[in-house]
Write a protein that binds this ligand. Structure first.
Ligand code: COD
Ligand code: ATP
Length: 203
């Protein structure tokens, strides 16, 4: 199925935009949601994480201790690479499975690390970037997650820059606190374009 890869930095508004595509009956596959599922109690990544990082990274209910892992991987590049080596193959396989099972005119795949991890770009027909300023990202994530400015900056520093993301984009949604109507219109316009592209691919 025709797939749009939806990406953007932390707090840029990917989920907000994906929800608007869903109102048009478009299938959504969200790799952040899959990442949470595989690290929930009984999740496929948990035995591998316990083995590689130790039992102190497993919460009493058997899920990932997210705060402990976040503190480690956003200050230690080697640890982040080890975590990604466990989670990314599982996330990719589950994403492909959900993509195949999707119904609708096309699928939007939400991939925070689409530009960073390389392999995703060749798996989607179109790259859609949700863009906003770094200050907007910081303000949103500090408010939503009760993180300090330093915590948000540590995550942003491990992600692609705005320019790197924009260079990879086929389409861009500007979301610097855009009013909902403006976002809705941007999504409506892109939806028409993707319907045409998906239809042309099938013809
Ligand atoms: C490090 C973890 C435990 C932090 O958990 P937490 O609940 O705080 O964050 P959550 O999973 O909701 O992710 C929030 C955002 O953090 C950013 N982020 C997550 N993982 C990474 C990473 N490896 N590199 C850079 N940014 C990342 C993304 O913008 C993501 O949207 C978690 O993000 C994780 O398991 N990451 C590895 C899996 C992964 O790469 N996920 C990204 C989707 S492919
Ligand atoms: N246009 C907007 N106006 C006001 N608030 C917004 C806007 N867009 C997003 N937000 C808010 O900013 C926060 C981050 O948005 P969202 O969760 O959609 O981003 P995300 O890119 O999916 O984040 P993450 O990378 O952390 O998964 C949310 O609390 C959301 O409600």
């Amino acid at each position: 199925m025709f797939a749009v890869g939806l990406t953007g930095g932390i707090g840029s508004g990917k989920t907000t935009v994906a929800d608007l595509f869903a109102t048009h009956g478009v299938a959504i596959v969200d790799t952040d949601v899959i990442a949470h599922r595989i690290t929930a109690p009984g999740g496929a990544a948990m035995p591998l994480i316990a083995q590689a990082f130790g039992p102190q990274f497993v919460a009493p209910d058997g899920s990932l201790d997210r705060a402990r892992m976040r503190a480690l991987v956003f200050s230690d590049d080697a640890a982040r690479a080890r975590l990604e080596a466990i989670t990314h193959p599982l996330i990719r396989a589950e994403t492909e499975r959900e993509r195949e099972a999707s119904a609708g005119p096309y699928v939007v795949i939400v991939v925070p690390l689409l530009v960073e991890s390389g392999t995703w770009k060749s798996r989607v027909e179109r790259v859609l970037v949700v863009d906003c300023s770094v200050e907007t990202q910081i303000a949103r994530v500090m408010r939503r997650n009760a993180f300090s400015r330093e915590q948000v900056l540590a995550i942003i520093a491990r992600q692609a820059t705005r320019d790197e993301r924009l260079a990879a984009a086929d389409d861009v949604i500007v979301n610097d606190n855009a009013p909902l109507e403006q976002l809705t219109q941007q999504v409506q316009r892109l939806h028409q374009r993707y319907l045409a592209l998906a239809g042309a691919g099938r013809a």
